[in-house]
Design a protein. Structure first.
Length: 228
């Protein structure tokens, strides 16, 4: 497979009251399996919107997004949900952990979208969740709640959760934006280390050129377009 995910001439326009706001303007991009790609640009450039479109979260107004040879937005909402559950992991600036669940339960959440799991599969999932949490340094925090964790620890839980189903594609949107520089560096080391170790494809949105430079390739955006 030469291309894992591809956007072809996608646009995105939101209706803001009586005024349309165009965020993406005919964007085309393709990403190969195992590649790490950074999307950079100023606020309002369309970086996050592009990332969400590539991940099947936000349907473009026009154009197409292809994932593993399938046109994502020609599928039903349920089919897209299953593709995200099986093949895509997300890490956002906000951690989106459920406060009523403990760390282990939060990491196991992606497996709940998988139907008809056998008991041995559930046991295997628990073992994988424990391994991932150990890898990000949280082996002793399995049964703590998110409110008992620091911001950096919560983001490490979010990273483990994103990797839980061994996704082919990992999408990260400013994953260190809410963290201090030291904690952010720890998260980035875990993110890139696990991505390379497990052969995931990574698309990372950032405004930080030093972070972007850690990727194989940089895509620069401005005013909803990719700069050549």
């Amino acid at each position: 497979m030469d291309t894992l995910v591809k956007a072809e001439a996608i646009t995105k326009t939101y209706q803001m009251g009586n005024r349309p706001l165009t965020v993406l303007r005919g964007v085309s991009v393709s990403v190969r399996p195992g590649e790490t790609v950074a999307i950079i640009g100023p606020s309002g450039a369309g970086k996050s919107t592009l990332l969400h479109a590539l991940g099947g979260l936000d349907e473009p107004s026009s154009g197409e997004v292809w994932f593993r040879g399938q046109s994502l937005y020609r599928l039903s909402a349920r089919e897209r949900t299953m593709i995200r559950a099986r093949h895509v992991g997300f890490v956002f600036q906000s951690y989106h952990l459920l406060p009523e669940l403990d760390v282990m339960e939060n990491v196991l959440l992606p497996t709940m979208a998988m139907e008809n799991l056998l008991s041995r599969q559930r046991v295997g999932h628990c073992a994988r969740a424990e391994r991932l949490l150990g890898t990000v340094g949280l082996a002793e925090r399995l049964h703590h709640t998110p409110l008992e964790l620091s911001g950096g620890e919560q983001q490490r839980v979010a990273l483990a959760r994103a990797l839980m189903n061994e996704p082919e594609l990992l999408l990260a949107d400013e994953p260190t934006g809410n963290l201090d520089s030291v904690t952010g560096e720890t998260i980035l080391n875990s993110l890139f280390g696990l991505t390379h170790e497990q052969g995931h494809t990574l698309i990372l949105v950032t405004h930080n050129i030093d972070i972007a430079a850690r990727c194989d390739r940089i895509i620069r955006m401005k005013d909803g377009c990719i700069e050549e």
